[in-house]
Design a protein. Structure first.
Ligand SMILES: [Zn+2]
Length: 223
């Protein structure tokens, strides 16, 4: 099992150091809970995209690292809850017996399509958000009260919904000009290099993840 590329490992070390510096070993435990649970679920779900690169690591952990350096437990935990909810939703959703539906139109879409949600994946995401929130509360009950744990869990769910909403609307979608196969990566070459058919070119899955953790952090600031 290899979970990270070289750049991804460097990014993970930097995020881990920032979180430990700002919040101590308890913060590091929370970060590891997100990272290990996500990696294990990715392996169980087939391991696709299992190796995370630097961009992906920063997209998921950058906001939490910044909040940790700022010394804000609940904001860092909320950003991690959002990242966890999104990861768990994607990986647990891979086991959904029915295809997911787009958040905006309700139309069915292939599994793994950004912006598409299944009941099983959504439940998985909510459970993931609560798992991180309760763990944060258990690790640091002085900084995070009982009520704050609820806010952090909700922040995770909001992050997951923001992720799906952006994924269904403005995230870049590409298509092979010859066979119309869809891709979310602009560097894909199918029969020919893919062309942008919807969304913003710069808004890829990593940028959407970053925005989702930022949304989670904003809700976490209310805790
Ligand atoms: Zn093609």
């Amino acid at each position: 099992m290899k979970w990270l590329t070289r750049g991804g490992a460097a990014g993970a070390l930097a995020v881990g150091a920032a979180v430990t510096w700002g919040l101590g070993w308890r913060g590091l435990m929370l970060l590891l809970a997100f990272f290990v649970s996500g990696s294990v679920l990715t392996q169980l779900a087939g391991g696709e995209g299992g190796q995370r690169n630097l961009r992906q690591v920063i997209a998921n952990g950058g906001v939490a690292a910044a909040a940790a350096l700022w010394g804000r437990w609940s904001i860092a935990a909320a950003a991690l809850a959002a990242a966890t909810a999104d990861t768990w939703a994607t990986e647990i959703g891979a086991f959904s017996p029915t295809p997911p539906r787009l958040l905006t139109t309700g139309r069915q879409a292939p599994k793994g399509t950004s912006g598409a949600m299944s009941v099983l994946g959504t439940v998985g995401g909510v459970v993931g958000a609560w798992a991180i929130a309760l763990l944060a509360w258990a690790l640091e009950p002085r900084a995070i009260g009982k009520g704050a744990a609820g806010v952090i869990a909700n922040a995770g769910v909001v992050g997951m919904l923001v992720d799906s909403l952006l994924g269904a609307t403005v995230q870049g979608v590409y298509e092979c000009p010859q066979c119309a196969a869809r891709s979310e990566r602009r560097d894909t070459v199918c029969h020919q290099p893919v062309r942008l058919i919807r969304g913003w070119r710069w808004l890829d899955n990593d940028a959407v993840n970053f925005a989702a953790t930022l949304a989670g952090a904003a809700v976490g600031a209310l805790a």
